[in-house]
Design a protein around this ligand. Structure first.
Ligand SMILES: *Cc1c(COP(=O)(O)O)cnc(C)c1O
Length: 394
């Protein structure tokens, strides 16, 4: 996930356009901005690139998730089905909506298992929020089918999977809304930023208003605008949007490079006994930000992770012990370390210390992921592969 690896003359030029006018804001100043609308242009180009009807750019991926939940009317007391393997932001967004995260098992795609949804559905379930982790997809067609059958809203957290597709259709465009992040470690970056996409004009209008205090953005006098709903401020600045615009235009280059680098490492690993790979429902649509593989059991995975670290192979992740991406170490969630949260007022407030996810534990405890970088030269890539093979044969 290499947005931070690229900052070239294209990014500088887009930022310079904004600096030249001094209009650092996405709304208003129509004359002074001399035709530069970086956020708006980004939205048009991203929607077009991924085949979504509408896109709204905002201040972060977490903001995007919050906007999507609010726009889909997920609120107080509603239950939202989430996976335990994600960046905690997914859970934070649900909590901050006043809703209740309900965990369901993942499968060997490392994403929410469509067959695990039914077991946790209750009369209060309102939405399903799968996360396309580490650059590739959940069994999103089956998840969508379940949601349609059960009358549940589907919101996709595609923060880590921009540019990835399932059977030719972009991740983020399967549900009512899809969310992206452009923070420092994502495939493309705005510095900080996020986006929601949708095909539904009503949801788009709600998202656009919610993220700017309810403003309807009709006309060109901000002071006279109407307010359709109560909202908040998740606006992005033109400076951040400008960086993202240059990065978005490099997405195809990034994907091509990642896919080539990933294939080289994967081909080499395929010869190591005991190594199997994450299931990817459509390999061709993988954005290839990570190579994720399984060892036969927890102790083999732990040893391999240690051997790789010892051999100096950087950017390898053993998620089971990682306190950012897997529920096992989310002590601050388990004990609800926060000011009193809305869900603590509900009788359906889960005890997160008691959540049992044996299948997810079993899968994550033998998973290792390697970050795929753009900036490797051919020599560096070859050297890396030699190091990996040497470390893993021992
Ligand atoms: C990065 C990320 C987010 C949050 O994005 P920010 O822009 O950092 O707020 C949400 N979900 C997932 C899966 C992520 O990886």
């Amino acid at each position: 996930m290499p947005g931070f690896e690229l900052f070239g003359k294209e990014e500088r030029k887009e930022v310079q356009d904004v600096l030249d006018t001094g209009v650092l804001f996405r709304y208003g100043f129509d004359q002074a901005r001399k035709g530069h609308w970086k956020a708006k242009t980004f939205e048009m180009e991203l929607a077009e690139r991924i085949g979504a009807g509408y896109c709204h750019l905002c201040s972060s991926g977490t903001a995007a998730l919050t906007i999507a939940l609010a726009s889909c009317c997920v609120g107080a007391g509603d239950e939202v089905i989430v996976p335990p393997f994600t960046f905690i932001a997914t859970i934070e967004a649900v909590l901050n909506a006043g809703a209740v995260p309900v965990f369901a098992e993942i499968d060997e795609t490392l994403c929410l298992d469509p067959d695990a949804i039914e077991a946790v559905i209750s009369p209060r379930t309102k939405a399903v929020l799968p996360v396309h982790m580490c650059g590739a997809m959940a069994r999103i067609d089956e998840i969508k089918e379940r949601c349609d059958q059960e009358g549940l809203i589907l919101i996709e957290d595609a923060c880590q999977a921009i540019g990835a597709t399932f059977e030719g259709k972009a991740l983020g465009t399967f549900g009512q809304m899809g969310c992206f992040s452009f923070d420092s470690v994502k495939t493309i970056t705005c510095g900080e930023g996020g986006a929601v996409v949708t095909d539904d004009n009503i949801l788009y209008t709600a998202a656009d208003a919610y993220s700017d205090h309810g403003h309807d953005h009709i006309g060109n006098d901000r002071g006279l605008e109407g307010h359709v709903i109560l909202g908040t401020n998740f606006r992005i600045s033109e400076l951040n949007a400008a960086v993202g615009l240059a990065q978005l235009r490099k997405l195809d280059f990034i994907l091509e490079k990642q896919r080539r680098h990933k294939k080289a490492i994967k081909d080499a690993l395929a010869h190591i006994p005991g190594v199997t790979f994450r299931k990817i429902p459509d390999e061709a649509g993988d954005s290839a930000t990570f190579l994720s593989f399984f060892l036969p059991d927890e102790s083999a995975a732990r040893n391999t992770a240690a051997d790789l670290a010892k051999a100096g192979v950087d950017s390898c992740f053993y998620w089971y012990d990682n306190n950012w991406h897997y529920i096992r170490s989310w002590d601050h969630l388990k004990t609800l370390q926060a000011a009193r949260l809305p869900l603590q007022l509900y009788e359906n407030c889960p005890d997160y210390q008691q959540v049992k996810l044996p299948r997810s534990d079993e899968i994550i405890s033998r998973t290792i992921s390697m970050l795929i970088k753009l900036s490797w030269t051919e020599e560096e890539l070859a050297e890396r592969i030699d190091k990996i093979i040497a470390a893993m044969k021992s």
